[in-house]
Design a protein around this ligand. Structure first.
Ligand code: PRP
Length: 228
């Protein structure tokens, strides 16, 4: 038996930094305004993604799945999905079919509206077991809409969800029980986060770790943009 794989972790607001990653705590000078601190360092991310790969493989074996049909939600999940797929391969999992989709939400903070527009080609969906891969779940609206689109409009036979981060405190009350996130990497506190594919106003996606963003700085920036 190999080393025990990391299971889902609840991240404290002060962060989860591995001894080996202490250097990541020193934020680059030019990013000091944008970033508050490192929330999840690279070693933790990689260990947990390996754990997610194992969980996905275990379920796929139970279902005797010959391949995994993965739907990756752009843009944020692209990098995470690649690492996850490589870990599934390294751990001897089934072959993976990649599908990409772009989901845009409108009126996210208006509970009653919640329109979600879905764009992308999905050739392999009908009668298939689908695994959606996303970077973060917040209100849950995007994934709830995408899941019902795949099941009800595209005829998928089942849909599971894998998300690297879950900001559960932000979930819409009506989705709290209804929307099941089958594979969660980390539960994060209700704060602005970025990195590892996740953006803050299109900044910081390229960071190889997750950071807590300086909310004040970005709020001021947004307000300036709007000319206020
Ligand atoms: C993010 C994230 C999810 C969604 C979660 O995408 O990747 O898809 O928001 O929010 P929700 O749970 O409140 O619906 P975003 O719209 O920021 O697009 P991006 O990945 O292209 O940055």
């Amino acid at each position: 038996m190999g080393k025990a794989l990391m299971t889902r972790k609840d991240v404290p607001s002060g962060g989860l930094v591995h001894e080996r990653d202490k250097k990541e705590m020193v934020i680059r000078k030019d990013l000091k305004k944008e970033i508050s601190h490192v929330l999840i360092s690279s070693t933790y991310l990689h260990e947990r993604i390996r754990g997610l790969a194992e969980e996905i493989i275990r379920d796929a074996r139970r279902k005797k799945a010959k391949e995994l049909q993965v739907v990756i939600v752009l843009k944020g999940a692209a990098g995470f999905a690649n690492i996850l797929a490589q870990d599934i391969f390294k751990a001897g999992g089934p072959p993976i079919r990649f599908n990409y989709i772009k989901v845009s939400s409108y009126g996210k903070d208006v509970v009653s509206s919640g329109h979600v527009r879905i764009a992308g080609q999905l050739p392999y969906v009908r009668d298939k077991d689908i695994l959606i891969v996303d970077d973060i779940v917040d209100t849950g609206l995007t994934l709830a809409k995408l899941k019902s689109y795949l099941l009800d409009e595209r005829g998928a036979s089942s849909v599971k969800i894998c998300a690297l981060l879950d900001k559960r405190a932000r979930r819409l009350p009506e989705l709290r029980r209804k929307l099941r996130i089958d594979y969660v990497g980390f539960r994060v506190p209700d704060m602005f986060v970025a990195g590892y594919g996740i953006d803050c106003a299109e900044h910081l996606r390229e960071l190889p770790y997750i950071v807590a963003v300086n909310e004040e700085y970005f709020r001021k920036k947004q307000a300036k943009k709007k000319g206020r």
